[in-house]
Design a protein around this ligand. Structure first.
Ligand SMILES: [Mg+2]
Length: 362
């Protein structure tokens, strides 16, 4: 049989070294990892994955095991756009987001990995080849961390080579956020790139007050001040709050990214390759952002996303996310003097230790 020979799904629960906290997801002690492994007729493997904040991984696993294989078995793995449409429309009724788009994102990543391996190219080159050196920041998930520990975590991150850092905001009282951001600004010094992330905590009016209160500390951006559905409110926050806005980690379709950009509510679109529809959609979002003269940043899955930002001229910072997979992959991302480098290995270059993962199988 020509085409895709084997499709294998994996489902894991990864414990976190420390409890992470933000304004929406509360306390996170672990996260879920769903993987897809494809094998082509020449015996090459393509690997994709998606991540959840702790729930719905079983649904993603079921879609990858029960629904997707019959749609793609035997098909030409190089026809990625065709396969994407086939799987999208095959699951459209229950899809357009949720576990379906997470499963599709993992599948799409595996198809691109396979294609790049077939061509013997690293993804960053295959997808555009702009610059493998990508500025990155440490994405702190630290809303409830006491201030002294927040500053200690910051010093740790500086020691690891980071030259840009993001912290959470959205505590019960705005004055607490302001005090913490003020302390971080003082600790890091003027001009050090500091981002703040509210994880959709606020109404538009609350977000405008917060943005104005945080303005003296000059954050690079305020991330997700409001829910992504509130396009009008988000636009008002961008206009009246006086801070650049990052948004998009909870956006699941290209069309919704377009609406977000048209609304004027985003300065830094931040797609997540594991939930936006995969590499195919991430790249379209990045190019759409370029057309709107917007820099594109990212959320999550930094080991793969470094390639996607390395491919495009309008790339901004890569988020190095707190849901790390370092202990399960052969050569994790290395940070040096504020930059991450997309590897030159064929594909995305993420080589999972499947035996190690077996120990955390969900
Ligand atoms: Mg965020």
């Amino acid at each position: 049989m020509p085409g895709i020979q084997a499709i294998e799904a994996g489902y894991y629960r990864i414990p976190l070294a420390t409890t992470l906290t933000d304004s929406t997801h509360g306390e996170m002690r672990d996260f879920e990892l769903n993987t897809v492994r494809l094998r082509d007729m020449d015996g090459l493997d393509g690997v994709g994955y998606t991540i959840t904040t702790g729930r719905n991984g079983a649904a993603v696993d079921a879609i990858l095991r029960r629904d997707i294989p019959e749609q793609i078995a035997g098909q030409d793995p190089d026809r990625i756009e065709w396969l994407w449409q086939k799987v999208w429309w095959g699951q459209h009724y229950g899809g357009r987001g949720g576990p379906v788009i997470l499963a599709m994102s993992a599948l799409d990543m595996a198809l691109w990995d396979l294609k790049a391996k077939r061509l013997g190219q690293p993804l960053w080159k295959l997808l555009g080849g702009h610059d493998p050196q990508v500025p990155c920041y440490a994405g702190g998930i630290d809303l409830l961390l006491p201030l002294d520990q927040l500053l200690r975590q910051t010093d740790d991150n500086l020691g690891k080579g980071f030259r840009a850092i993001k912290m959470k905001v959205g505590r019960d009282r705005l004055s607490e956020d302001v005090e913490r951001v003020r302390a971080m600004r003082q600790h890091l010094g003027d001009g050090f790139p500091l981002m703040v992330d509210a994880n959709m905590k606020w109404s538009a009016d609350e977000a405008i007050s917060a943005a104005r209160a945080l303005q003296p500390y000059a954050p690079v951006w305020l991330e997700e001040p409001v829910v992504p559905e509130d396009l009008a409110g988000g636009a008002r926050v961008a206009r009246e709050g006086g801070l650049p806005i990052a948004s998009g980690e909870n956006v699941h379709t290209l069309a919704e990214f377009k609406q977000l950009m048209v609304s004027g509510g985003v300065t830094y679109p931040e797609p997540d390759v594991t939930i936006c529809g995969g590499i195919t959609v991430f790249m379209k979002v990045a190019h759409l952002a370029e057309a709107y003269h917007l820099p594109v940043t990212s959320h999550g899955a930094h080991d793969v996303t470094v390639h996607l930002l390395g491919a495009v001229p309008n790339r901004s910072y890569l988020e190095v996310h707190g849901f790390g997979l370092d202990r399960f992959i052969a050569e994790p991302l290395r940070i040096e003097n504020g930059f991450a480098r997309a590897p030159d290995r064929p594909g995305h270059g993420v080589d999972f230790d499947w035996n190690e993962l077996m120990a955390v199988r969900a």
